[in-house]
Design a protein. Structure first.
Length: 327
């Protein structure tokens, strides 16, 4: 059966809650997400990429081009300036709101990306806790300076042994936060985290992971970096600098941007910059796969060494129909 035939026969598909397509950088997520969108007219894409959120940073983040963005509705792309701060908590809040709204509209939300923390924040709800108590924080910081971190850790162990067992004795920031939450609420942070988790409404989701042999993935990464350079990556970074975006901004410390900035500052030549981008991107891809395997459960992997992109798309569609079709 062709994908177009499947599309016609499954047009009534309405009950899917959330589909997640993940994998390391350059594995082929974008192409397959577009093929899925072709087959499911009510599907919209939510990016889970910690760099594609920035405006003006297109080539270096492998952002979908204007044709793709026009063809399929994308969310969480070009939402902030490169000078703005953005964290996983903000992503989680915005993405959760998007998913809820898309479901109300009868759409299928498809999360696509390789940022493990972003994806994890959707399927494992984050605990934000109460606000800050600045004065108490200062008091605890002074105690740490006077008596040492172990003193605060012992204090935490007495009121919240569960949290103390999960926090390293030298992790002052987390120790102070746990004590702060206890002072503000009268309840331990470990208790509040469990309470929040039980009360949180979770989306039912299906996770599909894409993978390739390491040597082939690395070849794709090398090819992508060369393509970025040819398409004007250096000029993109120059334009960002001309707009006043400092090289020390978090956005400018991302893969590729950091190395090109160093090249522009004369720290090394272009050949070295390109080599470093390729090397660091390969290392990042390896870390991504380790994260997915260790931190995210129930991923159904598709090996793109075995299946073509069309075959992989057909498999994913069958998976969706099997799990989410109306009875």
């Amino acid at each position: 059966m062709s994908l177009s035939q499947e599309k016609l026969e499954k047009d009534e598909l309405k009950k899917i809650t959330l589909l997640i397509l993940l994998g390391p950088t350059a594995v082929g997520k974008t192409n397959i997400s577009l093929k899925l969108a072709d087959a499911l007219s009510n599907l919209e894409i939510i990016s889970a990429d910690s760099r594609q959120i920035y405006k003006y940073m297109d080539i270096g983040t492998a952002k979908p081009d204007k044709t793709m963005l026009k063809k399929v509705k994308h969310h969480m792309i070009d939402i902030i300036e490169p000078s703005e701060d953005f964290d996983v908590m903000q992503y989680s809040k915005l993405a959760n709101r998007l998913i809820t709204n898309l479901l109300k509209e009868g759409k299928i939300p498809l999360i696509v990306g390789g940022s493990g923390l972003y994806i994890s924040s959707i399927i494992n709800p984050l605990f934000s806790g109460p606000g800050k108590d600045v004065d108490y924080r200062k008091y605890l910081e002074e105690e740490a300076k006077k008596y040492g971190r172990e003193y605060l850790y012992e204090k935490l162990s007495k009121v919240d042994p569960a949290s103390a067992s999960a926090i390293k004795s030298n992790d002052l920031r987390r120790i102070i936060r746990a004590l702060e939450v206890y002072k503000i609420t009268g309840k331990t942070i470990s208790y509040l985290q469990k309470e929040k988790l039980y009360k949180k409404v979770k989306f039912s989701y299906q996770i599909i992971g894409l993978k390739r042999k390491r040597e082939n993935l690395y070849q794709r990464i090398n090819f992508r970096v060369d393509k970025m350079i040819k398409e004007g990556f250096i000029e993109e970074v120059k334009e960002l600098r001309a707009k006043g975006y400092d090289k020390n901004l978090n956005s400018m410390q991302g893969l590729g941007y950091k190395q090109i900035n160093s090249y522009l500052d004369g720290e090394y030549d272009l050949e070295t910059a390109i080599h470093l981008i390729k090397r660091d991107t390969r290392r990042y891809a390896k870390r991504q796969m380790t994260w997915f395997k260790n931190k995210i459960k129930n991923i159904q992997w598709i090996d793109l060494e075995v299946d073509s992109e069309d075959m992989a798309t057909a498999k994913i569609l069958k998976l969706i129909y099997k799990n989410f079709s109306p009875k």
